[in-house]
Write a protein that binds this ligand. Structure first.
Ligand SMILES: Cc1cc2nc3c(=O)[nH]c(=O)nc-3n(C[C@H](O)[C@H](O)[C@H](O)COP(=O)(O)OP(=O)(O)OC[C@H]3O[C@@H](n4cnc5c(N)ncnc54)[C@H](O)[C@@H]3O)c2cc1C
Length: 504
């Protein structure tokens, strides 16, 4: 293999997990990501660290993988997991026979499920429906996909791996049956050719596009789901409806908010992330089964993510497709002998996906060191915050200038969104109304940015936040958005910023 590295395409949970596993085994690797880390599905998901209970009836293997990885991640990275616990709740409208089948599935998969009384649930979640017939506590938890991907990348970089963000793979150099190089284009349009010994395609829902650059076809069915964010945490535990998995049946308490979802619709284009108000309203109507007052709660944004579902069997799409993952050795199918694709699965099972991929890479590169990610803890980001309110830029999420500055130095600063993913700045009810201009002003001072650059940062940030607010523009969030519009347009005259005028 010589001096040429393994090139990993995709900076989501899977790609960064593979990079770290390679680093721990001493395999030289470079990760290439077209945007920032976790800007694909790993930053656009529900935030649930599955116990596996959701898959206990229909997807047994997935259920077993989830409970194993859930238990491991709680130990290895407790700082990016909140061990909330979860509840599966049946109402008098649900089939009473399903609970028994589900309990048997949980038992077989090794998922602890303990019955709790409707009165106990009501005490913990006052907004819950009065129609609960049965409820069970399971070891569900929540996980932060942004900090998880960043931690895996950081750990690998410390061990000598390289990460290139804002670097899009545009093609491959191929000689005979081998990929010899990966073509990359950076954000400024500069081209680079990276020599490689092996290529790992961890491009999530874009994996089909990447494989096709090497002349390979992948039976990928990109499956889009939407989620709605409520402005507060009205449940301390993850709430799941106890019925066959369907739309609008999970509530996840995530940091200070609650994320409700999701849906399942096969799409052609993995970049199809637009959320329509109609689909939000339809999903809210389904959520009434567990939270009857759901339509009166304040929704602060909606967003979509695309599942990279992989099905070799024809006709299995959406909820019919398995949540198991697949490792494809293209050489074994007659394609390039040094191309491997890793698709499907869940964020919860990212570590296992990485382990299986790197086992294959190790076998190919003659490395015998075994995987150690199941025992080696992941380090948290360094804490830079001082106590007190001095220097607070984002009140909603309690983010200080020192934290923003630290995050802005992590990689090259392309946008405030890159900082948001690491700090949560702007993710609260005001959706950037106050922190966007404060952060841009603060960074302008600290990093010596010109006024034009500071305005560009604000405009990009507001336009990005606006995409999520638009589908939930009613009630309090409509008032909040009008306030934001007046501050930025009338007070700061940002209507002169290209793009923003048309957006807001
Ligand atoms: C609506 C929804 C809800 C979900 N909820 C949960 C949940 O609660 N719990 C759970 O465990 N799982 C959940 N999942 C599944 C989970 O989010 C995904 O399985 C997981 O995030 C996939 O990670 P990944 O790294 O494989 O893909 P991604 O995170 O999509 O990473 C792929 C990366 O490849 C990059 N890329 C693509 N093409 C190129 C290129 N040409 N050059 C360079 N880079 C490229 C992309 O920019 C992207 O960052 C959910 C998924 C969806 C859609």
């Amino acid at each position: 293999m010589g001096d040429t590295p393994v090139v990993i395409i995709g900076g989501g949970a899977t790609g960064t997990g593979i990079l770290r596993d390679c680093a721990l085994r001493g395999i030289d690797a470079v990760l290439v990501e077209m945007h920032d880390l976790a800007t694909g599905t790993s930053g656009r998901f529900h935030g649930l660290l599955h116990s596996g209970a959701r898959y206990a009836v229909k997807d047994f293997h997935s259920a077993v993988e989830c409970i194993t990885e859930n238990t491991l991640l709680k130990k290895l990275a407790p700082w990016c997991v909140e061990d909330t616990g979860g509840l599966f709740i049946a109402t008098s409208d649900d089939d009473p026979a399903y609970a028994a089948t589900w309990l048997e599935g949980c038992r077989k998969a090794g998922i602890a499920a303990r019955e709790v009384s409707p009165a106990e649930v009501k005490k913990e979640v006052p907004l819950i429906s009065g129609k609960i017939s049965r409820a069970f506590a399971v070891p569900d938890a929540t996980v932060d996909g942004f900090t998880l991907a960043a931690a895996n990348a950081r750990d690998a970089e410390k061990r000598g791996s390289m990460v290139k963000t804002y670097a899009r793979v545009t093609g491959f150099g191929i000689s005979g049956k081998r990929i010899t190089s990966v073509m990359i284009r950076d954000a400024g349009g500069r081209e680079e050719e990276l020599a490689c010994s092996l290529v790992v395609n961890a491009a999530g829902p874009w994996a089909g596009q990447v494989a096709s650059m090497a002349g390979e076809e992948l039976a990928l069915s990109p499956d889009r789901g939407i989620m709605v964010v409520f402005h507060y945490r009205f449940t301390p535990k993850v709430l799941n409806r106890l019925h066959p998995p369907g739309d609008g049946d999970i509530f996840v308490p995530h940091h200070d908010v609650t994320i409700f979802g999701t849906t399942s619709k096969t799409v052609k284009d993995p970049d199809d992330l637009t959320v329509e108000q109609d689909e939000v309203l339809a999903m809210l109507a389904l959520g009434k089964a567990l939270i009857p007052s759901i339509e009166d709660l304040r929704t602060i944004r909606a967003f979509a993510g695309v599942r990279p579902l992989f099905e070799e069997k024809e006709g299995q799409e959406g909820r019919e497709a398995t949540r198991e993952f697949s490792l494809i050795d293209h050489g074994a199918r007659g394609g390039p002998e040094n191309l491997v694709s890793v698709v499907g699965g869940k964020l919860t099972t990212y570590r296992l996906m990485a382990q299986k991929a790197v086992d294959l890479i190790a076998a190919r590169t003659g490395v015998t060191k075994p995987c150690s990610t199941a025992t080696e803890p992941l380090s948290p980001p360094s804490a830079v915050e001082e106590p007190g309110i001095a220097g607070l830029l984002c009140e909603c999420e309690q983010v200080k200038g020192s934290t923003v500055l630290e995050a802005s130095g992590a990689r090259s600063l392309h946008s405030l969104s890159d900082i948001r993913r690491l700090t949560r700045m702007g993710m609260g009810p005001c959706q950037g109304t106050f922190c966007a201009f404060r952060a841009a002003g603060y960074l302008a001072g600290e990093k010596n940015l010109g006024a034009g650059e500071a305005q560009r940062l604000i405009a990009e940030d507001l336009a990005e936040r606006w995409k999520g607010v638009k589908p939930v523009l009613w009630g309090w969030q409509a008032r909040q958005s009008e306030l934001a519009r007046r501050i930025y347009m009338n007070l700061f005259s940002l209507e002169r910023q290209e793009g923003l005028k048309n957006e807001l």
